[in-house]
Ligand binder design. Structure first.
Ligand code: 5RP
Length: 224
């Protein structure tokens, strides 16, 4: 296994240790969350009673594979704890997410959770956000016009593709990947993007993460 994958595994498994009996848990998306969900499956096998709300169809598949019981917002609109990965984490725990294309569901789940835990490998820690292209989910109708408006904010939006096709999110939308290089004021940028018609959500997760767990060669440790 590559070192980066080992770090993801350690961080994901450590994050799972925050889950306690009876909790409703938001299950994030991405390769780090694979390990977290797998660990939760083991904990359920040993008798832990929990229910998860997945943030993507892929995570739902993993939860079913590993025997993590699932619930929905209809049954449980309040989430005790959400755990997720990240593409970038700055010193104020502001995040870029959406590299896997699940940012809308991830943000809805994180916003509904009493506590939000991020688990990631060391490569995700940055001093300034923006090296990773910011994912922005938009409705497909008129996406060319939305991209044009977004470009006026200082990036060159690229429609995300999968093979020869446009990538379509679990919500039936498109993603524009926006390279800003340095995002000096994430709050202002987030609000400007949200004001654009056609935009569903940005991958900037601000003021949301309570705990950050980073996996590196020393193991997995909390940043706070
Ligand atoms: C998906 C995400 C993921 O959490 C993010 O891309 C990190 O993924 P990985 O754990 O595979 O590095 O935001 O939308």
């Amino acid at each position: 296994m590559k070192a980066e994958d080992r770090y993801k595994q350690m961080a994901g498994e450590k994050a799972a240790s925050f889950v306690q009996e009876g909790m409703i848990v938001g299950l994030g998306s991405g390769s780090t969350m694979y390990w977290m969900v797998r660990k939760l499956g083991e904990m359920v096998q040993k008798g832990l009673t929990i229910a998860g709300i997945p943030t993507s169809l892929q995570t739902e598949k993993w939860a079913k594979e590993f025997g993590v019981p699932l619930t929905s917002f209809a049954q449980n609109p309040d989430i005790d704890l959400a755990i997720d990965g990240a593409d970038e984490i700055d010193p104020e725990f502001r995040l870029i997410k959406g590299g896997g294309g699940s940012l809308v569901r991830e943000k809805v789940v994180a916003a509904a959770a009493k506590q939000f835990i991020i688990a990631a490998d060391e490569s995700k820690v940055v001093s300034v956000l923006g090296h990773f292209p910011l994912p922005v989910e938009i409705v497909p109708f008129g996406f060319e016009a939305t991209a044009l408006q977004l470009g006026k904010l200082g990036c060159d939006p690229q429609v995300r593709t999968k093979g020869n096709e446009k990538f379509v999110t679990d919500n039936g939308n498109f993603i524009l990947d926006c390279s800003f290089s340095r995002i000096e004021d994430p709050v202002s940028l987030h609000h400007k993007i949200k004001m654009l018609t056609g935009v569903v959500e940005t991958g900037l997760f601000l003021n949301m993460a309570d705990v950050v767990i980073i996996g590196d060669q020393r193991g997995a440790q909390r940043m706070n």
